[in-house]
Ligand binder design. Structure first.
Ligand SMILES: Nc1ncnc2c1ncn2[C@@H]1O[C@H](COP(=O)(O)OP(=O)(O)OP(=O)(O)O)[C@@H](O)[C@H]1O
Ligand SMILES: [Mg+2]
Length: 312
């Protein structure tokens, strides 16, 4: 197990930023931590990387007790934090070089890796430019690239693609996939669902410091994503209809004004045909009908909305 946490809590005064998080993340996996602004993603990364102490709970990183032995953990991990970090006067290649020195990488390897990363992260044209003269996306690319100057068993990345253009983004995601294939474990936060879906072996959805669901992207989709929402608008109100429709199994049915029926089901086609035959048998006229797949995006938004509801 690369990351294991139990009942992890972090409060800032009255605010509970991380509210009881349990994690079990295996080696060589890319684990996505997906949640909206303020969900607790960065705080979780800071806890797991020993940058801030938890209020409560246990953390084991690469088998090491991270609360007792933070320095042993830090030697073996890489971290790309959310906030920009750079030395304004240093050139791109010098930044990489210096980062390698900080990690005690020998001169020859430093040179090799600098050239390799400049190539991978498409920094060739700006390699002599000072950090302060770079665009935001270029600076972010340097910040991400330099983390690969050193060896590590586990890498934490806090929204590394923010500010990257689509090709730089795809480039980074594919590079991370290759690294994971070679054995690196990656803990990756984002609020972009499609990115998590493309990259991650497992995704945890987090809101208000709590994990709402953890699963593979495929499993999340088949649990929730095959659901469809069918909306039927009737020409008139039919009082007996509710009783007839409630006999149909495998779906959630809602009536609002009496002429609108909303049906959510993962077997929408079967349910729809049953509903239609009941309507036809009873000579009930349909004015409008639509069926929409419930997307992962909608599921994510619904989960977040549900936990934001006032009674939560
Ligand atoms: N040092 C701090 N002091 C006080 N409150 C904090 C501190 N750090 C984070 N918080 C609060 O904890 C909550 C979680 O913040 P966190 O930065 O972990 O969210 P996030 O999921 O990373 O959000 P974003 O997507 O915006 O980066 C927020 O309500 C934030 O205001
Ligand atoms: Mg954050």
């Amino acid at each position: 197990m690369s990351i294991k946490s139990r009942s992890l809590f972090k409060s800032y005064g009255d605010l509970v930023a991380v509210n009881g998080i349990d994690l079990d993340i295996g080696s060589g996996k890319i684990f996505g931590f997906l949640g909206p602004n303020g969900a607790g993603k960065s705080t979780t990364i800071k806890l797991l990387t020993t940058l801030v102490p938890p209020s409560r709970g246990s953390i084991e990183i690469l088998g090491i007790d991270a609360i007792k032995n933070p320095l042993d953990v830090r030697k073996r991990i890489g971290v790309v934090l959310q906030q920009p970090s750079y030395e304004p006067n240093l050139s791109v290649e010098k930044s990489l070089e210096k980062y390698g020195m900080m990690w005690d990488v020998d001169k020859k390897t430093r040179k090799q890796r600098t050239d390799e990363l400049i190539d991978v992260f498409d920094l060739g044209e700006i390699r002599k430019k000072k950090n302060e003269d770079l665009s935001i996306g270029q600076r972010r690319r340097v910040q991400v690239a330099r983390e690969f100057m050193h060896e590590m068993d586990l890498l934490f990345m806090d929204e590394p693609t923010v500010g990257l253009d689509p090709s730089a983004r795809r480039n980074l995601l594919d590079y991370l996939k290759d690294k994971a294939k070679a054995g690196l474990t990656i803990f990756y936060t984002t609020h972009v669902l499609t990115e998590a879906e493309y990259l991650c072996d497992e995704i945890a959805v987090i809101n208000k410091g709590k994990i709402l669901a953890v699963d593979t992207p495929d499993q999340l989709k088949s649990t929730f994503g095959q659901e469809k929402t069918i909306k039927i608008h009737l020409a008139n109100k039919y009082d007996d209809l509710i009783g007839l429709l409630l006999g149909i199994s495998g779906c959630r049915i809602e009536f609002d004004t009496g002429t609108n029926i909303i049906i959510q089901s993962s077997k929408a086609e079967i349910v729809l045909s049953q509903v239609l035959s009941i309507l036809i048998e009873n000579n009930i006229l349909i004015e409008d009908l639509s069926a929409m797949p419930t997307t992962l995006e909608e599921i994510f938004l619904r989960m977040v909305k549900d936990t934001n509801a006032p009674n939560n």
